[in-house]
Design a protein around this ligand. Sequence first.
Ligand code: HEC
Ligand code: HEC
Length: 515
Amino acid sequence: MHLTNICMRTIAGVFAAGYLSLSAGAAFAQSGDMDAGEAVYAKRCLQCHGEDGDGLGPAAERLNPPPRDFTLGMYKYKTTGFDDDIPNDADLTRMIRDGMPGTAMPGWGDMLSEQDIADVLAYIKYFAEIEDAPEIQVDYGTQVTSSPESIAAGKALFEEGDRCTECHGLEGKGSAIKKLKDDNGDRTWPRNLTKPWTFRASNDPKDIFTRISVGIPTTQMPSFADPNSKSSVSVEDRWNIANYVASLAKTDLVVNPENFVIQGGRVDGALPTSPDDEAWATAPPSTFIMVPQIVGEDRFFTPANDTISVRALYDDNSVAIHVEWDDRTKSIPGDDKAASIADEELFEDSVAIQFPRDIPEGMEKPYFLMGDGTNPVNLWRWNSGTTDAPQTGTVFDAMGINDQQARADNGELSVSSSYRDGTWRVVMTRALTTVLPETDLQFEEGRFVPISFFAWDGSNSEAGTAHTMTTWYWLQLKPAASSKPIVYGVLAALLSLLVLIWWGRGAAARAKREA
Ligand code: HEC
Ligand code: HEC
């Protein structure tokens, strides 16, 4: 059950980003009944949090972060002071009701009544025999309203003395080169602050202020209200930092569920070969959700990335596709620094673009996971290279996840890449038509071509079938000035929209409830 949850949560997060409100979770005041709570727990929580509340339930094994061990009585997202371990009931109620985006912890608001939640809360507090009420609350002082001045002041404080950049990196993407472990020895990654849908609480300035003030107990995320810390800052400055962090939220590279067609623009001059070429600004980006591969064998549950952004340009001869995704680590096997932060084994970073071998006449598309026997696919795959070997661009012919043939490099695919502050950008270029129409997709101006993506983060042990991927979308090389309707393509695109709506249905319901 938690498998679907992971996927749906990623999507839910995207839909819900921006809708989370602070009042969420603060309203309950019922006192819970422990016996009733035990029954709720056995049915809904035990599978992850364990019979004894120690976080060792049968489904817990591969989850990162792991389910909370309730016997320790330590909680991460609380609004009590940094020097008070006991959370407010409202803090835990909020996490139980809304869930924790970016983790396997589901939101139970749809499934459990307010009374059920109060009951189960009483039960989980009992594992650590929490009976006392908290004494110290976060001091919010007077909230500083967001303004360009406040954001600028916050940015300076974020970088001053490496206060936040030490872990979150210069652009807030969590790309600082450090291997972090929490108090239990489990790997933690600093949050990518440009992706608010991955925040466990929300990116409302008040929630960010709370995190900066309290820290995230049991992880390296420290308290900046603690007067004993040399990085601590005043209440006013914590508001400035919170306003800056809230301003980091991506605006141009966010998933728009109505956008399922990459519009390839026609260029007159030469196609840009560098991913940092300014010409890419003329191509509108499309951002898609990536989910971990959980269908084929060796399923994968702990992805490091959840979106990919794509642009395309073409000229008379070739098409160039620009893909961009956040990756905290530049993974170059053989590099000592990369190895020191890698999970266990260090693999190359990699991305692949998937096309059907033939543009389908109707609605049928190859199996999304690297094709099937009757519908083969072309994969254009880029690998980041090692200290001994440069990056590569390889074409694969595939008829399924276990049937991929790499072609010898005949120069048909050219690749270039750049890595900066937690983001990879890669361009892959190929001729529109080739001499091998029986094995290669042939591009035609105006036609809708199915396209999808795979990515591997080598520092997160992603290799082989452990990767993230998107569903099928469409690429259209937009004719410069023709409005001839392309009925098939439009129909197919509409159908695809219906599928997406169906896919995101649960998520949308959640977003609505929270709005
Ligand atoms: C599919 C697995 C799963 C299930 C089922 C589940 N949880 Fe969790 N829960 C998690 C994970 C994983 C975390 C840790 C997230 C983190 O550390 O960021 C967590 C964390 C929590 C926290 C800690 C919040 C904090 O601020 O530290 C509470 C409380 C909690 N769960 C309560 C519950 C309750 C109550 C239920 C049943 C109604 C439940 N969970 C069911 C996976 C699960
Ligand atoms: C020593 C490393 C470190 C420093 C310094 C640090 N952080 Fe973090 N931060 C983390 C880690 C690790 C997490 C994720 C914890 C987890 O969930 O496992 C995190 C999470 C967060 C979150 C996520 C909150 C949520 O709801 O999910 C925010 C916001 C944040 N940090 C802001 C900041 C700001 C602002 C600063 C500077 C004032 C800062 N951090 C300094 C390590 C750090």
